[in-house]
Design a protein around this ligand. Structure first.
Ligand SMILES: [Zn+2]
Length: 413
């Protein structure tokens, strides 16, 4: 059973003011999910205190590393690993001996994970291939050396995984020795770490062919070049007799200061009219909907009867096409748009951001400089003119993306 904090319960039953830090009017959109239902999840997100993301934690929890290994690394980072030396600090006195060496030493974190013969040789093997040196470094410094290694951006996650793999294997070896008196050789540790790296590569880059040998693996990682997909996108002229509305909404912070814009062009690509205005504290979705709403009002007033409306919001496109249910927060606007367009021959289209640049530009102008209206080419600023002209001469924008396996193994840092 989940526990709903008292202040929220009291707010729900209408007893008190909204929880601290929130205004009365912004509560509903935070308390409800998209469809307008109340859920514990949205309520929790509403009242929780969110910490700034911590860089170290991001490195420890690198995507693709098995949970148990990342967790072990997190414990080590917090000195929460029960070696004798730590136990003593927690008040459990007793004799101390390590389980890694033939002539046992005191068991400390540094000894088990760095200074002992086996640990030192493991680190040295992986470091020397990568051109790193651990001489004179403390345990945390060695880990940081890998986390901050000067490597290509897309192979950094693999570097960040190495300490977790090594720490896990060393800890495993120590426990096997202590509790089962079983020895694990250096070669076995190296093999296991390499195998873990192999699995990580398979998870993150399913298409990459890689060998099972660390030095070669490093070279393969660095030399890997995913294939690139280039898509041409351009603004297209409307058919003869049709008017094209490009609409866009922008939001700083989402939610935050927002704006909407729409611009209409004829079959020659000439600007007939464009306008943008800022909206107080709202979200992207609302701003996108507002843009279409204002465009629909405009065309109703101007008595156009053949119009194309373009939006770069997939959500709005699907909602207006009836494929998706409307989020409650824009439901009224959607109804109003439909009413405005009822006697007008219209087509709603989805367009990539690159094909919607003029509307995007005007929306940003509205956020930065306030409301604006343009009545033609001459009234635009130089940047706006440039976009209008390049749309008119049909110069394509190129969208470059990495080809991926279907839905699997997204390679993110
Ligand atoms: Zn030892």
């Amino acid at each position: 059973m989940s526990i709903i904090p008292t202040e929220l319960v009291e707010y729900i039953i209408g007893n008190i003011k909204p929880p601290r830090g929130r205004n009365e009017e912004d509560i509903p959109c935070w308390m409800l999910e998209n469809k307008g239902n109340f859920s514990v999840k949205t309520a929790w997100n509403y009242i929780r205190h969110k910490e700034e993301p911590n860089r170290i934690h991001k490195w420890i929890w690198t995507k693709g590393i098995p949970f148990k290994m990342a967790f072990m690394m997190w414990r080590l980072w917090k000195f929460k690993v029960p070696v004798d030396d730590r136990l003593r600090r927690w008040g459990l006195q007793g004799p101390s001996r390590c389980w890694c060496c033939e002539n046992p030493d005191q068991e400390t974190l540094t000894h088990v994970f760095l200074r002992s013969n086996i640990a030192n040789r493991t680190w040295s093997y992986f470091c020397s291939c990568a051109g790193l040196s651990i001489t004179g470094l403390q345990l945390r410094e060695v880990i940081m050396l890998w986390w901050g290694a000067n490597a290509k951006k897309d192979i950094k996650p693999y570097y960040r995984a190495i300490p977790s793999f090594i720490i896990w294997e060393l800890w495993n070896r120590r426990n096997k020795m202590k509790h089962e008196r079983k020895n694990i050789s250096l070669a076995r540790i190296i093999h296991n770490v390499t195998r873990n790296m192999f699995m990580l590569i398979k998870v993150r880059r399913p298409k990459m062919i890689c060998s099972g040998n660390w030095p070669i693996m490093l070279k393969e990682l660095e030399g890997y070049c995913p294939s690139v997909k280039v898509t041409q996108i351009k603004w297209e002229f409307p058919l003869e007799g049709w008017i094209k509305y490009n609409t866009d909404g922008a939001s700083r912070g989402n939610p935050g200061l927002s704006s909407y814009a729409f611009c209409l062009r004829d079959e020659k690509g000439d600007l007939i009219h464009a306008e943008g205005a800022s909206i107080n504290n709202t979200t992207n979705t609302v701003a996108e909907a507002k843009a279409i709403l204002e465009a629909s009002k405009h065309c109703k007033q101007a008595l156009y009867n053949k119009i194309i409306i373009q939006t770069d919001s997939m959500l709005l496109y699907k909602v207006l096409g009836g494929q998706w249910e409307s989020p409650w927060i824009i439901r009224d606007m959607i109804e109003e748009i439909k009413t405005n367009l009822v006697n007008i021959q219209h087509i709603v289209q989805h367009v990539m951001r690159e094909g919607n640049q003029l509307a995007d530009y005007i929306a940003n102008q509205a956020i930065e400089h306030g409301n604006c209206i343009y009545t033609g080419f001459a009234s635009l600023e130089p940047n706006g003119r440039r976009i209008l002209n390049s749309d008119k001469i049909q110069s394509p924008y190129l969208r470059i993306s990495l080809r991926r396996d279907k839905g699997r193994g997204k390679d993110t840092t």
